[in-house]
Design a protein around this ligand. Structure first.
Ligand SMILES: [Zn+2]
Length: 314
């Protein structure tokens, strides 16, 4: 600093003294911004690890993780901006115009950092987050009463359910229920997942940017009949619109109460109309059998004897 003062103070003492103050004080908010960035990140991690259930962690991560990471990056960008405003001191001391140039470059650096962070969080990060959420959702739960490992009750994957209260609302969004059961005691644990909070992989652009935008009941659930729900997904990256019809199950609640445990997901589904068994012999013959349900297919396989079948006849 002494050296600098000897060189440049004589040119414009007022400007030089002011600049020296600036150089000193700009570092305080810069350090503060770094601390804020770290606090945002660490407080989120602490909050996440303090949650005792996987479902709790899932909800927090799916709703807040991306937001928190972006906020931490904004704070970091502000720190970068402030720090940069203390560099290039030689030029800035020589000519006040450099003060403006430095300020402008600092703004660009800060904005660029925010922009890159935004792009990464929007297009690259969701895939990693999805993996993490998938793990949180499907890691076997333990029964809090006895520590037993619980099993996930298989439901057809796309089964949806609408809350009665929700059906009355304008924005109807379906929910998925995961039912965990303790095989020994029959204890169940029911977890509710809101469909519109989960982003999916777009089958056109490959990013995890396909989100549920709209849902419409195309067939009401009535008495013992399942209804139908039309789901409309929109990709925020390539604007692809995807429509899908999903069964609105009236039985999910009953299944939950019955607590039926199945190893084969086909066994509970009411939506499979045909089960097909294809046989290929080592002589390149091919036989195909169709069954109306899994029970018949199973019986066929149980009684199956290859020698009794005449491949040529088919
Ligand atoms: Zn897309």
């Amino acid at each position: 600093m002494e050296e600098l003062a000897q060189k440049y103070r004589t040119i414009n003492p007022e400007y030089f003294d002011l600049l020296m103050k600036w150089q000193e004080y700009i570092l305080y908010p810069a350090v503060l911004a770094i601390i804020v960035a770290i606090l945002i990140f660490v407080s989120y991690k602490i909050k996440l690890s303090s949650l005792s259930t996987m479902k709790g962690k899932f909800d927090l991560a799916s709703q807040e993780e991306t937001k928190r990471y972006f906020q931490a990056n904004v704070a970091f960008a502000i720190a970068l901006f402030l720090f940069f405003n203390s560099t290039m001191i030689d030029n800035v001391a020589r000519d006040p115009i450099w003060f403006g140039i430095r300020f402008f470059i600092a703004v660009c650096i800060g904005v660029l950092h925010c922009y890159v962070a935004m792009l990464l969080l929007k297009y690259y990060w969701p895939k990693l987050l999805h993996k993490k959420l998938h793990k949180l959702r499907y890691t076997p739960r333990t029964n809090p009463k006895n520590g037993n490992k619980m099993k996930l009750l298989s439901e057809e994957y796309e089964d949806a359910y609408l809350d009665e209260g929700k059906q009355a609302e304008e924005n109807v969004f379906s929910v998925d229920y995961d039912v965990w059961i303790d095989e020994e005691t029959g204890d169940t644990l029911i977890e509710k997942y809101e469909g519109h909070l989960i982003a999916m992989e777009c089958d056109r652009c490959g990013f995890m940017t396909l989100r549920l935008e709209k849902e419409e009941v195309t067939k009401e659930v009535s008495g013992s009949e399942d209804g139908e729900l039309l789901k409309e997904y929109t990709c925020t990256y390539c604007n692809r619109v995807k429509r899908k019809t999903v069964i609105l199950s009236h039985t999910i609640r009953q299944d939950i109460n019955a607590g039926k445990l199945v190893d084969n997901p086909l066994e509970t589904t009411k939506h499979v109309v045909t089960v097909k068994v294809d046989l290929f012999s080592n002589e390149d013959d091919h036989l195909s059998y169709k069954f109306q349900n899994l029970k018949e297919a199973k019986r066929f396989l149980d009684e199956f004897d290859f020698d009794k079948i005449d491949m040529d006849k088919q």
